[in-house]
Design a protein around this ligand. Structure first.
Ligand code: NAD
Ligand code: FE2
Length: 438
């Protein structure tokens, strides 16, 4: 890797002359079973974890593909009984998660198998939390929206089988939820939420419609870019002990490896996966990219584009996304994230020019012009080539919405804490304004 972490490692000085900058970062990921046909090994892995009666969690779209039955067959063959929950809401809300959690509290399975995209995996994390711990969902949501309570009792094993090449939720200790009343997304973030095992089978993604391939691929792109450009872990104030250390460490030498590999894979396979949905090599490349990016950002964190994406998704009025459930307005997570990426990376460029330029080079696989426009141009090129909407105006937003989006984004302090440059409300307003018609 050309760009060394040491290039941008300011320490945080204190009055005594000593430094109080962080010297430690944490890194974790679940064990992974990856490859074509891995899904069929689900039963053996569940049995090896000692599971006897699990909940197979999915959403109506994944259920229509017969995925829960396939999971139940694989489990049954290994002597593991299962019950099905197929009512996950795509882009889960606090209400949909409460409903799923109430079901899990009654059924009390001894493990959870999430078969689907990020919506399913996140809902299974919340079900697991609520089935094993008391209290309401809002007790666990990140402050200031929720009380940020930690679980006190151990969760059951969760096996995640992602069926989108997207969120990386199979590797992270985070679940994302849209809070209905506030029209904003937030999350629950705790290492206990991390799945015990990820089974990643690229064959599950050949049925992904074009719209979902594009949006979930854009999510991968932003996970890799944001974690690679995040504030370095040792430019953050030192945590007073492990319990006080944030789950998102900031960029670090281990996460950098995963992020940069993910960018190279995306550059190589994203366009082909969209153009040729049945191309297994491309699907496998995208699944690897999603996995790599998830393993990276799940530790380093993401920053401005993700913070802005939460209100962009939460405040949607009319927009309905192609290939997503048509019954309600929705800006898919990946599209909401990439919408502000170009302006955000112009804003962060000065903190690590080499990293921004390196990211552009990895994405385009050719020497890319140096300078502030290199990365935004590479992102624009990718969006154009795969046919992703450009600009917030496409989702019905105009200048009069900027203030509300800023307000929602500024609430995401857990994410903004790893922004490499301070994201003040004025800075966010400028980024969001420029993203209306980029
Ligand atoms: N926990 C995390 O770390 C994390 C990270 C990023 C995003 N997220 C969250 O994940 C959610 C988005 O997840 P996603 O992008 O994976 O999509 P998704 O789970 O919302 O699914 C999108 C659509 O694709 C369908 N689908 C899923 N797999 C399919 C397949 N193989 N074939 C055909 N259709 C399929 C679903 O039925 C659904 O209609 C958002 O709520 C986002 O906030 C979570
Ligand atoms: Fe994301």
């Amino acid at each position: 890797m050309r760009v060394e972490q040491e290039e941008r490692m300011p320490s945080v000085p204190v009055a005594s002359g000593h430094t109080s900058s962080e010297t430690v970062f944490t890194w974790g990921a679940p064990p992974l079973v990856f490859g074509r046909g891995a899904f069929d090994e689900l039963g053996d892995h569940a049995a090896a974890l000692g599971l006897r009666r699990v909940a197979v969690v999915t959403d109506p779209g994944a259920a229509r593909l017969g995925l829960p039955e396939r999971a139940a067959r694989a489990l049954g063959a290994a002597g593991v009984a299962s019950i099905a929950y197929a009512d996950v809401h795509v882009e889960p809300t606090d209400d949909s998660m409460r409903e799923a959690g109430a079901w899990a509290r009654v059924e009390r399975p001894d493990g959870f198998i999430a078969v689907g995209g990020g919506s399913v995996i996140d809902t299974a994390k919340a079900m697991n939390l609520l089935a094993t711990n008391d209290g309401d969902l809002s007790d666990y949501l990140n402050p200031p929206i929720g009380a940020g309570r930690s679980p006190t009792r151990p969760l059951e094993p969760l096996i995640a089988v992602p069926t989108t090449a997207g969120t990386g939720a199979e590797s992270t200790g985070v679940c994302i939820v849209g809070v209905h009343a506030l029209r904003v997304k937030t999350g629950i973030s705790h290492p206990a939420l991390r799945p015990r095992l990820a089974i990643v089978d690229p064959l599950t993604t050949t049925s992904l419609p074009r719209g979902v391939t594009i949006a979930s691929g854009m999510d991968v792109l932003c996970h890799a870019l944001e974690s690679y450009t995040a504030r370095p872990y040792n430019a953050r104030p030192r945590a007073e002990g492990p319990a006080a250390r944030s789950a998102y460490s900031g960029s670090n030498p281990i996460s950098d490896i995963w992020a940069t590999r993910a960018l190279a894979l995306l550059g190589r396979w994203f366009r082909r996966a969209v153009d040729r949905p049945g191309d297994l090599e491309a699907r496998e490349g995208m699944m690897l990219a999603a996995t790599f990016a998830g393993i990276g950002f799940g530790n380093a964190g993401v920053h401005i584009p993700h913070a802005c994406a939460y209100p962009i998704a939460g405040l949607v009025r009319e927009y309905r996304a192609p290939d997503y459930p048509p019954d309600e307005p929705l800006v898919p997570h990946g599209l909401a994230v990439v919408a502000t990426a170009r302006a955000a990376f112009r804003f962060t460029y000065s903190t690590a020019p080499g990293r921004h330029e390196e990211a552009a080079r990895l994405l385009t696989d050719r020497p890319h012009g140096a300078g502030i426009d290199a990365l935004p141009d590479a992102i624009a090129e990718l969006c154009r080539d795969v046919g992703a909407p450009t600009g917030l105006a496409a989702y019905g937003y105009d200048e009069s919405d900027v203030e509300a989006i800023v307000e929602g984004a500024y609430r995401q302090q857990r994410l903004l804490a790893v922004s490499p440059r301070e994201a003040t409300p004025a800075a966010l307003a400028s980024i969001i304004s420029r993203s209306l018609h980029p």
